[in-house]
Ligand binder design. Sequence first.
Ligand SMILES: [Cu+2]
Length: 265
Amino acid sequence: MLEIVATDYAFDAPEKIPSGWTTIEFINDGEDPHMLLFHLLPEGKTLDHFAGELYPPVNEWWMAVRDDGMDPSEARQVANLPAWFGDAQWMGGAGFIDPGLSTKITMKLPPGTYVMECYVKTEDGELHAMEGMLRELTVTDERSEATPPEANIDITLSNYEMDIYGDLTPGSHTVAVHFAEGSNHNEHVARLDSDGSVQDVLDWLPWLEHDGLWPPAPATLLGGMNILPEGETGYFKLDLEPGRYLFVSEMTGRAGVLEEVTIEP
Ligand SMILES: [Cu+2]
């Protein structure tokens, strides 16, 4: 198993890993929430392109929202993203996770050059990626012997819908997230306080909204699975205890892809 440690603001990770099924323990050793998103870059592109050509306009886009009060969708239209970014592919990763917590994720990674990214914000409203949370990873042609884990909770994402089946009981679980047709969104799990508001979490999640992903989070962030291509499945470990949980997609461009679940003792 591979270990990736997030700090404020860097990823401590290997430079090369074999392709195929990979299990990663993702540890948040910082004081901010963090996340892990894998981008498989188009042939010939590297971290230098990602940091030098993609991130400056992404950051300008965010600054226009943060400092000029521009409407997020308007800001998007003026962001001059490089054409090659359309050929990059999201390849999963860990959902938002609170300081001091860790999670285990499993995905199948094809060979190539990847960039790992965290786009949570600092308490000053800077994107973690701009502060150092961009890192290159080479996935080699050598194949790992690993196989996917057995899941006891299944989540299917499709066309801005989420269906959850399985063992929603206290204890330690392996969750499979199936990316079905139109599943252009990810999966996160948060534990709500007894009086915690679902709407507060929905308002906090969209990264481009002024207060989005700007700590502190209004719930305890427990991880999840970032976007994989349609037809793929990613896995994450989830410990549940009695209480209220929110299973929710971010990156939808629309709020409301969610299931609120109460775990009974
Ligand atoms: Cu981060």
